[in-house]
Design a protein around this ligand. Structure first.
Ligand SMILES: C[S@@+](CC[C@H](N)C(=O)[O-])C[C@H]1O[C@@H](n2cnc3c(N)ncnc32)[C@H](O)[C@@H]1O
Length: 390
């Protein structure tokens, strides 16, 4: 059975929690950001003409790239021979590497081995990172290295080398397209990064029969990510302008990513008043994160308390209303303020108020119930919560 080596993004526990439902974990190293797994759940609901590995990766917001493990070697010669044999067998002449855990010392030795081999066989092999830096996803993508050559990930572990051949790589251009190139954008609203939208959907792990619902859809990020993966989706928001914008974005991306526009339904609605009776599927939403304070404004404890109350009121009401539904999971964000040198989280306050007979928080992040996602110490972080129906 094949093992795969995953290179994860910055938020290790979040990326790991995202992957776990889709494979069987073999080993992980938090510090190095690496994760080994087998039994990957390959699915292709939209019948896309891509490799199963690339389709797997395209839906994972927290995976940078992954490779098939070729073996564990105890000598550099064996390591080098394995790579060269593959190059020869597939008649490729472009090669790149990423080395983890061995510093830069390993590069010159491998490069020399490749050059010696090329001279001996009187052939040309182009080393893509001959300056001795690890390959980036962007370079692998731009140089079409997975199609026209090979990229290897070498992980030095103690006295051995684990060798993996990269089989799928993040497509950064698609993320930029779905993020910064949306026709409708509103910077004050605070849009969700598409990768985080994907992660939240994967945390809910819906089947393809289930609908992905975002009752605070804003510009439609979650709905677009759901449709790109192959889910039907419903978006609603209290602000009709945003709903119109979300529809425009959804249509624009339907053209670019070739999903069916009919797979998305959008409405203007107050999330507190939604009638969930007979509704099924999963809710994945960034939710309302409170007032967007001006950066020059000195926020007071009273103002924070006020925002806290608004957000809690909304979610308590939603969870009360969800009692009649068949909604299986609710993945959402709560604001977590970085206020006067401390994190002001409201997750436990909310959990204490949700009727336990319906939804309970899942502890998916290294046994923690929530994960705080934030960039560069912003004033409001997103505290990701996953609630499961009992
Ligand atoms: C942080 S934004 C969501 C942004 C969205 N995830 C995106 O990527 O574009 C929060 C959204 O919640 C909406 N909202 C606030 N209160 C609401 C309510 N009671 N019901 C429905 N939507 C609400 C706002 O209009 C806003 O669009």
């Amino acid at each position: 059975m094949k093992n795969y080596l995953f290179v994860l993004g910055r938020n290790f526990e979040l990326s790991r929690a995202e992957l776990v439902p889709f494979c069987e974990e073999v080993f992980s190293d938090r510090e190095k950001g690496l994760f080994i797994a087998k039994n990957l759940r390959f699915e292709n609901p939209r019948e896309l003409p891509k490799t199963p590995e690339q389709i797997f990766l395209d839906r994972m917001g927290g995976v940078i790239r992954f490779g098939e493990v070729l073996g564990e070697f105890f000598s550099k010669k064996e390591l080098l021979d394995t790579m060269l044999n593959l190059l020869k067998k597939e008649e490729k002449n472009k090669i790149g590497f990423s080395v983890i855990g061995a510093g830069k010392k390993l590069f010159p030795e491998i490069f020399q081995g490749i050059r010696d081999y090329a001279r001996e066989k009187d052939t040309k092999i182009r080393i893509e990172n001959s300056k001795g830096e690890n390959m980036t996803s962007g370079q692998i993508f731009d140089r079409k290295l997975l199609q026209k050559g090979m990229e290897f990930i070498i992980w030095k572990r103690g006295n051995s080398f684990l060798l993996a051949r990269t089989v799928a790589n993040q497509n950064l251009r698609n993320y930029t397209l779905r993020d910064r190139r949306k026709v409708f954008r509103d910077s004050k609203m605070g849009m969700l990064p598409p990768k985080l939208g994907q992660i939240m959907i994967n945390l809910a792990n819906p089947s393809f029969e289930e609908t992905v619902i975002d009752p605070f859809c804003g510009s439609g990020t979650v709905n677009i990510e759901a449709a790109v993966t192959g889910y039907k989706t419903i978006g609603s928001d209290i602000n009709p302008e945003f709903v119109e914008g979300a529809i425009k974005n959804f249509e624009q991306m339907a053209q670019k990513f070739r999903y069916e526009v009919e797979g998305g339904v959008f409405e203007t609605k107050d999330a507190k008043k939604i009638d969930w009776k007979d509704q099924s599927g999963v809710i994945c939403t960034e939710g309302f994160l409170g007032e967007n304070f001006d950066s020059n404004h000195r926020v007071t404890p009273r103002e924070i308390a006020n925002e806290e109350r608004k957000v809690l009121d909304i979610w308590i009401k939603i969870f009360e209303n969800l009692g009649v539904s068949q909604i299986r999971k609710v993945v959402f964000c709560l604001p977590c303020w970085n206020f006067r040198g401390k994190k002001h989280s409201i997750a436990e306050k909310l959990f204490a108020k949700i009727p336990k007979n319906f939804y309970i928080p899942q502890a998916l992040f290294a046994r923690q119930k929530t994960f705080i996602y934030e960039r560069d110490k912003t004033f409001v972080g997103r505290e990701i919560c996953v609630m499961e129906r009992k």
